[in-house]
Design a protein around this ligand. Sequence first.
Ligand code: URA
Length: 435
Amino acid sequence: MRFVDAICKKREGGELSDEEIREMIADYVSGAIPDYQMSSMLMAVFFNGMSDRELTSMTLAMRDSGDIVDLSSIPGVKVDKHSTGGVGDKTTLIIGPIVAACGIPVAKMSGRGLGFTGGTVDKWESIPGYETALSMETFFKAVREHGISLVGQSGDLAPADKALYALRDVTGTVESIPLIASSIMSKKLAAGADKIVLDVTVGTGAFMQEYDRAKELAERMVAIGNGAGKETVAMLTDMNEPLGYAIGNNLEVKEAIAMLHGDGPEDLKEICYALAGMMISLAKDGVSYEQGIEMAKEKIADGSAWEKFKEVVGNQGGDLSYIENPEKFPVAPCTSELVAGKSGYISWINTMDFGLAAGMLGAGRAKKDDVIDMSAGIIMKKKLGDQVSEGDVIATLHAGSEEKLETALKHLKSGAYRIEGEKPAPLKLIYEVIR
Ligand code: URA
Protein backbone atom coordinates (compact mmCIF):
# COMPACT_ATOMS: atom_id res chain seq x y z
CA MET A 1 0.00 0.00 0.00
CA ARG A 2 1.06 3.62 -0.45
CA PHE A 3 0.96 5.04 3.06
CA VAL A 4 -0.17 8.41 1.75
CA ASP A 5 -3.41 6.73 0.59
CA ALA A 6 -4.04 5.46 4.11
CA ILE A 7 -3.41 8.96 5.49
CA CYS A 8 -5.93 10.44 3.03
CA LYS A 9 -8.47 7.75 3.91
CA LYS A 10 -8.20 8.56 7.61
CA ARG A 11 -8.21 12.28 6.91
CA GLU A 12 -11.57 11.86 5.14
CA GLY A 13 -13.01 9.91 8.10
CA GLY A 14 -12.63 6.44 6.56
CA GLU A 15 -11.77 3.22 8.40
CA LEU A 16 -8.37 1.61 7.97
CA SER A 17 -8.34 -2.13 7.36
CA ASP A 18 -6.62 -4.52 9.81
CA GLU A 19 -3.96 -5.13 7.20
CA GLU A 20 -3.32 -1.42 6.67
CA ILE A 21 -2.95 -0.95 10.43
CA ARG A 22 -0.60 -3.91 10.87
CA GLU A 23 1.55 -2.74 7.98
CA MET A 24 1.57 0.83 9.30
CA ILE A 25 2.88 -0.22 12.73
CA ALA A 26 5.45 -2.66 11.33
CA ASP A 27 6.70 -0.13 8.76
CA TYR A 28 6.92 2.68 11.30
CA VAL A 29 8.96 0.55 13.71
CA SER A 30 11.28 -0.58 10.90
CA GLY A 31 11.78 3.00 9.72
CA ALA A 32 10.07 2.46 6.35
CA ILE A 33 7.45 5.08 7.27
CA PRO A 34 9.12 8.41 8.12
CA ASP A 35 8.11 10.56 11.10
CA TYR A 36 6.54 13.25 8.87
CA GLN A 37 4.04 10.80 7.39
CA MET A 38 3.29 9.18 10.73
CA SER A 39 2.75 12.63 12.28
CA SER A 40 0.17 13.35 9.62
CA MET A 41 -1.59 10.04 10.33
CA LEU A 42 -1.59 10.73 14.08
CA MET A 43 -3.20 14.11 13.49
CA ALA A 44 -5.83 12.51 11.24
CA VAL A 45 -6.58 10.01 14.05
CA PHE A 46 -6.62 12.86 16.57
CA PHE A 47 -9.41 14.59 14.64
CA ASN A 48 -11.34 11.62 13.25
CA GLY A 49 -10.89 8.99 15.97
CA MET A 50 -10.86 5.24 15.44
CA SER A 51 -13.58 2.60 15.37
CA ASP A 52 -13.45 -0.21 17.97
CA ARG A 53 -12.14 -2.59 15.34
CA GLU A 54 -9.39 -0.20 14.24
CA LEU A 55 -8.43 0.46 17.86
CA THR A 56 -8.17 -3.22 18.75
CA SER A 57 -6.21 -3.89 15.60
CA MET A 58 -3.78 -1.03 16.32
CA THR A 59 -3.31 -2.08 19.98
CA LEU A 60 -2.59 -5.70 19.06
CA ALA A 61 -0.14 -4.63 16.34
CA MET A 62 1.65 -2.43 18.90
CA ARG A 63 1.65 -5.27 21.46
CA ASP A 64 3.14 -7.62 18.87
CA SER A 65 5.89 -5.16 17.88
CA GLY A 66 8.19 -6.45 20.66
CA ASP A 67 8.57 -9.00 23.46
CA ILE A 68 5.51 -10.48 25.13
CA VAL A 69 6.08 -11.60 28.71
CA ASP A 70 4.89 -15.13 29.36
CA LEU A 71 3.90 -15.46 33.03
CA SER A 72 2.22 -18.84 32.55
CA SER A 73 5.01 -20.69 34.39
CA ILE A 74 4.04 -18.82 37.58
CA PRO A 75 1.09 -20.59 39.20
CA GLY A 76 -2.02 -18.59 40.06
CA VAL A 77 -4.03 -15.79 38.48
CA LYS A 78 -1.80 -12.77 37.80
CA VAL A 79 -3.59 -9.41 38.00
CA ASP A 80 -1.92 -6.21 36.84
CA LYS A 81 -2.87 -2.68 37.85
CA HIS A 82 -2.24 0.49 35.88
CA SER A 83 -2.95 4.13 36.59
CA THR A 84 -3.41 6.61 33.76
CA GLY A 85 -1.31 9.01 35.80
CA GLY A 86 -1.61 11.36 38.71
CA VAL A 87 0.18 13.43 41.32
CA GLY A 88 1.20 11.86 44.63
CA ASP A 89 0.15 8.43 43.37
CA LYS A 90 2.14 5.92 45.43
CA THR A 91 -0.54 3.23 45.32
CA THR A 92 1.58 0.49 43.67
CA LEU A 93 4.02 0.51 46.60
CA ILE A 94 1.14 -0.30 48.92
CA ILE A 95 -1.19 -2.41 46.77
CA GLY A 96 1.52 -4.79 45.52
CA PRO A 97 2.40 -5.99 49.05
CA ILE A 98 -1.30 -6.13 50.09
CA VAL A 99 -2.21 -8.34 47.14
CA ALA A 100 0.88 -10.55 47.57
CA ALA A 101 0.03 -10.94 51.27
CA CYS A 102 -3.28 -12.49 50.11
CA GLY A 103 -1.28 -15.21 48.32
CA ILE A 104 -1.84 -13.73 44.85
CA PRO A 105 1.31 -13.56 42.67
CA VAL A 106 2.35 -9.99 41.88
CA ALA A 107 4.64 -9.59 38.86
CA LYS A 108 4.48 -5.89 38.16
CA MET A 109 6.44 -3.66 35.80
CA SER A 110 6.10 0.07 36.33
CA GLY A 111 7.22 3.19 34.51
CA ARG A 112 9.17 6.33 35.25
CA GLY A 113 7.72 9.82 35.69
CA LEU A 114 6.04 11.30 32.63
CA GLY A 115 5.40 15.04 32.33
CA PHE A 116 3.79 16.31 35.53
CA THR A 117 3.08 12.81 36.81
CA GLY A 118 5.41 10.80 39.05
CA GLY A 119 6.65 7.31 38.21
CA THR A 120 6.69 4.26 40.47
CA VAL A 121 10.16 3.14 39.34
CA ASP A 122 11.64 6.47 40.48
CA LYS A 123 9.94 6.02 43.86
CA TRP A 124 11.39 2.52 44.30
CA GLU A 125 14.84 3.81 43.38
CA SER A 126 14.68 6.36 46.19
CA ILE A 127 15.20 3.40 48.55
CA PRO A 128 19.02 3.03 48.57
CA GLY A 129 20.08 -0.19 46.84
CA TYR A 130 16.63 -1.12 45.44
CA GLU A 131 17.18 -2.70 42.03
CA THR A 132 14.41 -2.08 39.49
CA ALA A 133 16.24 -3.49 36.44
CA LEU A 134 16.09 -7.24 37.01
CA SER A 135 16.64 -9.77 34.25
CA MET A 136 13.48 -11.67 33.25
CA GLU A 137 14.91 -14.76 34.92
CA THR A 138 15.53 -13.00 38.25
CA PHE A 139 12.10 -11.32 38.04
CA PHE A 140 10.35 -14.69 37.56
CA LYS A 141 12.44 -16.30 40.32
CA ALA A 142 11.49 -13.51 42.74
CA VAL A 143 7.79 -13.96 41.99
CA ARG A 144 8.07 -17.75 42.39
CA GLU A 145 9.99 -17.55 45.68
CA HIS A 146 8.50 -14.45 47.31
CA GLY A 147 5.16 -14.13 45.53
CA ILE A 148 6.07 -10.61 44.43
CA SER A 149 8.48 -8.59 42.34
CA LEU A 150 8.09 -4.91 41.53
CA VAL A 151 10.40 -3.71 38.77
CA GLY A 152 10.80 -1.31 35.83
CA GLN A 153 9.88 -2.31 32.33
CA SER A 154 12.45 -4.80 31.09
CA GLY A 155 12.91 -6.38 27.70
CA ASP A 156 11.61 -4.71 24.59
CA LEU A 157 7.92 -4.31 25.40
CA ALA A 158 5.78 -2.58 22.76
CA PRO A 159 8.60 -0.66 21.00
CA ALA A 160 5.96 0.74 18.62
CA ASP A 161 4.46 2.59 21.58
CA LYS A 162 7.83 3.97 22.61
CA ALA A 163 8.38 5.41 19.13
CA LEU A 164 4.81 6.65 18.71
CA TYR A 165 4.72 8.19 22.20
CA ALA A 166 7.87 10.21 21.48
CA LEU A 167 6.35 11.42 18.21
CA ARG A 168 2.99 12.28 19.82
CA ASP A 169 4.81 14.24 22.48
CA VAL A 170 6.20 16.67 19.89
CA THR A 171 3.30 16.77 17.40
CA GLY A 172 0.44 17.84 19.68
CA THR A 173 -1.26 14.44 19.51
CA VAL A 174 -0.93 13.12 23.07
CA GLU A 175 -4.48 13.90 24.21
CA SER A 176 -6.34 11.58 21.85
CA ILE A 177 -8.49 8.85 23.41
CA PRO A 178 -7.67 6.09 20.88
CA LEU A 179 -3.97 6.98 20.95
CA ILE A 180 -3.82 6.93 24.77
CA ALA A 181 -5.90 3.74 24.95
CA SER A 182 -3.71 1.87 22.45
CA SER A 183 -0.53 3.16 24.11
CA ILE A 184 -1.51 1.95 27.58
CA MET A 185 -3.18 -1.29 26.56
CA SER A 186 -0.41 -2.41 24.17
CA LYS A 187 2.02 -2.33 27.12
CA LYS A 188 -0.42 -3.97 29.53
CA LEU A 189 -1.21 -6.78 27.10
CA ALA A 190 2.51 -7.35 26.47
CA ALA A 191 3.24 -7.50 30.22
CA GLY A 192 1.61 -10.91 30.48
CA ALA A 193 -0.98 -10.65 33.31
CA ASP A 194 -4.22 -12.66 33.09
CA LYS A 195 -6.43 -9.80 34.28
CA ILE A 196 -6.09 -6.03 34.43
CA VAL A 197 -7.38 -3.33 36.80
CA LEU A 198 -7.18 0.19 35.35
CA ASP A 199 -7.19 3.25 37.57
CA VAL A 200 -8.46 5.95 35.21
CA THR A 201 -7.94 9.29 36.88
CA VAL A 202 -10.08 12.34 36.21
CA GLY A 203 -9.60 15.93 37.29
CA THR A 204 -7.06 18.72 37.39
CA GLY A 205 -4.12 16.34 37.88
CA ALA A 206 -5.11 13.78 35.24
CA PHE A 207 -4.54 13.48 31.49
CA MET A 208 -8.33 13.53 31.23
CA GLN A 209 -9.74 16.55 33.02
CA GLU A 210 -13.34 16.05 31.89
CA TYR A 211 -15.44 13.23 33.24
CA ASP A 212 -17.01 12.19 29.92
CA ARG A 213 -13.63 11.86 28.24
CA ALA A 214 -12.16 9.88 31.16
CA LYS A 215 -15.17 7.57 31.00
CA GLU A 216 -14.80 7.09 27.28
CA LEU A 217 -11.10 6.30 27.72
CA ALA A 218 -11.98 3.78 30.44
CA GLU A 219 -14.66 2.12 28.32
CA ARG A 220 -12.42 1.83 25.30
CA MET A 221 -9.54 0.34 27.30
CA VAL A 222 -11.89 -2.15 28.97
CA ALA A 223 -13.21 -3.16 25.53
CA ILE A 224 -9.65 -3.68 24.22
CA GLY A 225 -8.64 -5.78 27.25
CA ASN A 226 -11.73 -7.96 27.22
CA GLY A 227 -11.50 -8.28 23.42
CA ALA A 228 -7.95 -9.57 23.83
CA GLY A 229 -9.15 -12.23 26.27
CA LYS A 230 -7.99 -10.55 29.51
CA GLU A 231 -10.73 -9.63 31.95
CA THR A 232 -10.34 -5.88 32.42
CA VAL A 233 -12.02 -3.56 34.91
CA ALA A 234 -11.59 0.22 35.09
CA MET A 235 -12.18 2.39 38.13
CA LEU A 236 -12.72 6.10 37.56
CA THR A 237 -10.98 7.87 40.42
CA ASP A 238 -10.63 11.49 41.42
CA MET A 239 -7.46 13.48 40.77
CA ASN A 240 -8.67 16.97 41.68
CA GLU A 241 -6.01 17.16 44.39
CA PRO A 242 -2.76 15.27 45.03
CA LEU A 243 -3.31 11.79 46.46
CA GLY A 244 -2.29 11.82 50.12
CA TYR A 245 -0.03 14.64 51.32
CA ALA A 246 3.36 13.76 49.82
CA ILE A 247 4.56 14.53 46.26
CA GLY A 248 8.13 13.51 45.39
CA ASN A 249 10.03 10.29 45.54
CA ASN A 250 11.34 9.53 49.04
CA LEU A 251 8.62 11.73 50.54
CA GLU A 252 6.05 9.42 48.92
CA VAL A 253 7.89 6.27 50.02
CA LYS A 254 7.72 7.55 53.61
CA GLU A 255 3.98 8.14 53.25
CA ALA A 256 3.55 4.64 51.77
CA ILE A 257 5.44 3.18 54.76
CA ALA A 258 3.10 5.04 57.12
CA MET A 259 0.09 3.64 55.25
CA LEU A 260 1.52 0.11 55.43
CA HIS A 261 1.54 0.64 59.21
CA GLY A 262 -2.12 1.72 59.05
CA ASP A 263 -1.36 5.45 59.45
CA GLY A 264 -1.97 6.73 55.92
CA PRO A 265 -4.10 9.67 54.81
CA GLU A 266 -7.77 8.77 54.37
CA ASP A 267 -7.93 9.40 50.59
CA LEU A 268 -4.87 7.22 49.98
CA LYS A 269 -6.34 4.46 52.15
CA GLU A 270 -9.66 4.50 50.32
CA ILE A 271 -8.10 4.34 46.86
CA CYS A 272 -5.60 1.63 47.84
CA TYR A 273 -8.26 -0.54 49.46
CA ALA A 274 -10.56 -0.15 46.46
CA LEU A 275 -7.91 -1.01 43.85
CA ALA A 276 -6.46 -3.86 45.92
CA GLY A 277 -10.00 -5.13 46.65
CA MET A 278 -10.76 -5.21 42.93
CA MET A 279 -7.51 -7.04 42.15
CA ILE A 280 -8.19 -9.60 44.90
CA SER A 281 -11.75 -10.19 43.68
CA LEU A 282 -10.53 -10.77 40.11
CA ALA A 283 -7.81 -13.16 41.25
CA LYS A 284 -9.86 -15.21 43.71
CA ASP A 285 -12.96 -17.12 42.67
CA GLY A 286 -15.98 -16.39 44.84
CA VAL A 287 -14.52 -13.25 46.44
CA SER A 288 -16.61 -10.12 45.82
CA TYR A 289 -15.18 -6.62 45.42
CA GLU A 290 -16.46 -5.72 48.90
CA GLN A 291 -14.90 -8.86 50.41
CA GLY A 292 -11.68 -8.02 48.58
CA ILE A 293 -11.67 -4.59 50.25
CA GLU A 294 -12.09 -6.22 53.68
CA MET A 295 -9.23 -8.62 52.95
CA ALA A 296 -7.03 -5.69 51.92
CA LYS A 297 -7.81 -3.88 55.18
CA GLU A 298 -6.96 -7.03 57.17
CA LYS A 299 -3.55 -7.31 55.48
CA ILE A 300 -2.71 -3.81 56.65
CA ALA A 301 -4.15 -4.34 60.14
CA ASP A 302 -2.34 -7.64 60.80
CA GLY A 303 1.02 -6.34 59.51
CA SER A 304 1.35 -8.91 56.74
CA ALA A 305 1.38 -6.28 53.94
CA TRP A 306 4.21 -4.48 55.75
CA GLU A 307 6.11 -7.79 56.06
CA LYS A 308 5.67 -8.34 52.28
CA PHE A 309 6.91 -4.82 51.58
CA LYS A 310 10.06 -5.53 53.61
CA GLU A 311 10.46 -8.88 51.81
CA VAL A 312 10.28 -7.32 48.34
CA VAL A 313 12.61 -4.44 49.26
CA GLY A 314 15.13 -6.81 50.86
CA ASN A 315 14.97 -9.28 47.99
CA GLN A 316 15.59 -6.51 45.43
CA GLY A 317 18.66 -5.23 47.24
CA GLY A 318 17.05 -2.31 49.09
CA ASP A 319 18.59 -1.22 52.39
CA LEU A 320 16.04 -2.26 55.01
CA SER A 321 17.46 0.13 57.60
CA TYR A 322 15.87 3.03 55.65
CA ILE A 323 12.38 1.63 55.50
CA GLU A 324 12.58 0.50 59.13
CA ASN A 325 13.82 3.96 60.17
CA PRO A 326 12.33 6.36 57.59
CA GLU A 327 14.03 9.31 59.32
CA LYS A 328 17.24 7.95 57.74
CA PHE A 329 16.12 8.96 54.22
CA PRO A 330 18.04 12.01 52.94
CA VAL A 331 16.26 15.28 53.60
CA ALA A 332 16.41 18.25 51.19
CA PRO A 333 18.70 21.02 52.49
CA CYS A 334 16.32 23.89 51.57
CA THR A 335 12.64 24.33 52.39
CA SER A 336 10.08 27.08 52.03
CA GLU A 337 6.38 27.47 52.61
CA LEU A 338 3.40 28.29 50.44
CA VAL A 339 1.13 30.36 52.68
CA ALA A 340 -2.50 31.40 52.38
CA GLY A 341 -2.91 35.00 51.22
CA LYS A 342 -6.36 35.24 52.78
CA SER A 343 -8.76 33.34 55.03
CA GLY A 344 -11.42 30.93 53.78
CA TYR A 345 -11.60 27.39 52.43
CA ILE A 346 -9.34 25.68 49.91
CA SER A 347 -11.94 25.44 47.16
CA TRP A 348 -9.93 24.36 44.08
CA ILE A 349 -6.49 22.95 43.40
CA ASN A 350 -4.74 22.78 40.04
CA THR A 351 -3.15 19.41 40.79
CA MET A 352 -1.10 19.46 37.59
CA ASP A 353 0.58 22.67 38.80
CA PHE A 354 1.61 20.93 42.03
CA GLY A 355 3.05 18.06 39.96
CA LEU A 356 4.90 20.54 37.73
CA ALA A 357 6.18 22.43 40.78
CA ALA A 358 7.47 19.17 42.30
CA GLY A 359 9.33 18.63 39.01
CA MET A 360 10.84 22.14 39.24
CA LEU A 361 12.03 21.31 42.75
CA GLY A 362 13.97 18.34 41.34
CA ALA A 363 11.50 15.47 41.85
CA GLY A 364 11.01 14.96 38.10
CA ARG A 365 12.90 15.25 34.83
CA ALA A 366 12.72 18.14 32.37
CA LYS A 367 14.97 16.18 29.97
CA LYS A 368 15.29 12.44 29.52
CA ASP A 369 18.73 12.24 31.14
CA ASP A 370 18.09 14.53 34.12
CA VAL A 371 19.00 13.04 37.49
CA ILE A 372 16.18 13.11 40.00
CA ASP A 373 16.67 14.58 43.48
CA MET A 374 15.02 11.87 45.57
CA SER A 375 14.40 14.13 48.59
CA ALA A 376 12.81 16.98 46.60
CA GLY A 377 9.08 17.56 46.48
CA ILE A 378 6.08 18.97 48.28
CA ILE A 379 4.25 18.10 51.46
CA MET A 380 0.68 19.38 51.34
CA LYS A 381 -0.47 20.77 54.68
CA LYS A 382 -4.01 21.49 53.54
CA LYS A 383 -6.41 19.59 51.31
CA LEU A 384 -9.55 20.58 49.41
CA GLY A 385 -12.24 21.84 51.77
CA ASP A 386 -9.82 22.65 54.61
CA GLN A 387 -10.33 25.97 56.36
CA VAL A 388 -7.34 28.33 56.38
CA SER A 389 -6.54 31.65 58.02
CA GLU A 390 -4.35 34.21 56.31
CA GLY A 391 -0.70 33.15 56.75
CA ASP A 392 -1.45 29.44 57.30
CA VAL A 393 0.91 27.05 55.54
CA ILE A 394 -0.75 25.31 52.57
CA ALA A 395 2.31 23.29 51.52
CA THR A 396 6.00 22.90 52.37
CA LEU A 397 8.44 22.78 49.46
CA HIS A 398 11.69 20.75 49.63
CA ALA A 399 14.61 21.26 47.24
CA GLY A 400 18.36 21.17 46.79
CA SER A 401 18.70 24.91 46.18
CA GLU A 402 17.03 28.23 46.96
CA GLU A 403 16.68 28.94 43.21
CA LYS A 404 14.56 25.86 42.71
CA LEU A 405 12.37 26.82 45.66
CA GLU A 406 11.87 30.28 44.24
CA THR A 407 10.89 28.99 40.77
CA ALA A 408 8.41 26.45 42.14
CA LEU A 409 6.93 28.86 44.66
CA LYS A 410 6.40 31.47 41.95
CA HIS A 411 4.65 28.85 39.82
CA LEU A 412 2.32 27.81 42.64
CA LYS A 413 1.50 31.41 43.55
CA SER A 414 0.38 32.17 40.01
CA GLY A 415 -2.98 30.43 40.29
CA ALA A 416 -2.40 26.83 41.45
CA TYR A 417 -5.18 26.98 44.06
CA ARG A 418 -8.14 29.07 45.15
CA ILE A 419 -9.37 30.14 48.57
CA GLU A 420 -13.05 31.07 48.78
CA GLY A 421 -15.58 31.91 51.47
CA GLU A 422 -17.77 28.85 50.86
CA LYS A 423 -16.71 25.35 51.89
CA PRO A 424 -16.78 23.24 48.70
CA ALA A 425 -18.86 20.07 48.55
CA PRO A 426 -16.67 17.02 49.28
CA LEU A 427 -15.57 15.08 46.19
CA LYS A 428 -16.17 11.40 45.64
CA LEU A 429 -12.90 9.47 45.35
CA ILE A 430 -14.23 6.58 43.29
CA TYR A 431 -16.81 7.65 40.75
CA GLU A 432 -17.59 4.54 38.80
CA VAL A 433 -16.49 1.00 38.03
CA ILE A 434 -16.54 -0.03 34.38
CA ARG A 435 -16.46 -3.73 33.53
N1 URA B 1 0.35 6.82 29.57
C1 URA B 1 0.75 6.07 28.51
O1 URA B 1 1.41 5.05 28.68
N2 URA B 1 0.42 6.48 27.27
C2 URA B 1 -0.31 7.59 27.03
O2 URA B 1 -0.58 7.88 25.89
C3 URA B 1 -0.72 8.38 28.13
C4 URA B 1 -0.38 7.96 29.41
